[in-house]
Design a protein around this ligand. Structure first.
Ligand code: 13P
Length: 250
């Protein structure tokens, strides 16, 4: 059985005060008896304080990106080693906002993923199609290309230290959630593609769903066979909603 994982992606939101309050509420409200791992991906500048506040708690710290290089003249980038030094366990790579708004290519995403693996940070690799791609019947093709770019570079065994998130662009921040069947269909496809490379890895890797997951739809999504948890945007800023989502597993 794969353990469930729920990850909050705060995106570019929050203040020092709001972050402190949010974490206090999460620590107080999280039912540690539930079979779920929980993490929050904070903006880089908040990470040291977040890690400090979460020390000794069941909630792990993540970042929203990670450099594609080890160190050196790469202005604006944050290396895996820096993240590890501040207690970061996970790093999102290839989020659709990075791909669409900042032009990150499959090749760059694969390089970030590979650096994360090498540096001891667990990448959360995001894949997903746009509305246009879905409507023209290209969902599987797009997801496969995004996945293959990473697996061709880092190898299928790297998934033993990684997480995948299927986050269809049309469902992010739009209030339009994929139905549990629509999501399951793509999760099953992703696991099937991985199985072609290595069956044992395919059974073990956690595949999260991201895209307008809310308190009232999480349980139905998480009940699907190949959905192992969620990557939560908007609802992760609301402690009550996020906790309800975390507790919706199992
Ligand atoms: P929303 O939950 O706000 O749709 O965002 C999903 C997402 O982008 C997860 O990273």
């Amino acid at each position: 059985m794969r353990r469930a994982l729920v990850v909050g992606n705060w995106k570019m939101n929050g203040t020092r005060d709001s972050v402190r309050q949010l974490l206090a509420d999460l620590k107080a409200g999280l039912d540690v008896g539930k079979p779920v791992d929980v993490a929050v991906c904070a903006p880089f500048v908040f990470i040291p304080e977040v890690a400090e506040q979460l020390k000794g708690s069941a909630i792990a710290v993540g970042s929203q990106n990670v450099a594609d290089q080890k160190s050196g003249a790469f202005t604006g980038e944050i290396s895996p080693a820096m993240l590890v030094e501040f207690g970061v366990r996970y790093a999102i790579v290839g989020h659709s906002e990075r791909r669409a708004v900042y032009g990150e290519t499959d090749a760059l995403v694969a390089a970030r993923y590979a650096q994360a693996i090498e540096g001891g940070v667990i990448p959360i690799l995001c894949v997903g199609e746009t509305l246009e791609q879905r409507e023209s019947g290209d969902t599987f093709k797009v997801v496969k290309e995004q996945l293959d770019a990473v697996l061709d570079k880092a190898g299928v065994q790297s998934l033993g230290k990684a997480v995948i998130a299927y986050a269809p662009v049309w469902a992010i921040g739009t209030g339009k959630t994929a139905t549990s069947q629509q999501a399951q269909e793509v999760h099953e496809f992703i696991r099937g593609e991985i199985r072609k490379r290595d069956a044992a890895v395919a059974e073990k890797v956690q595949i999260l769903y991201g895209g307008s997951v809310k308190a009232d739809n999480a349980a139905e999504l998480f009940a699907m066979a190949d959905i192992d948890g969620g990557l939560i945007g908007g609802a992760s800023l609301d402690p009550k909603a996020f906790l309800t989502i975390c507790h919706a597993v199992g």
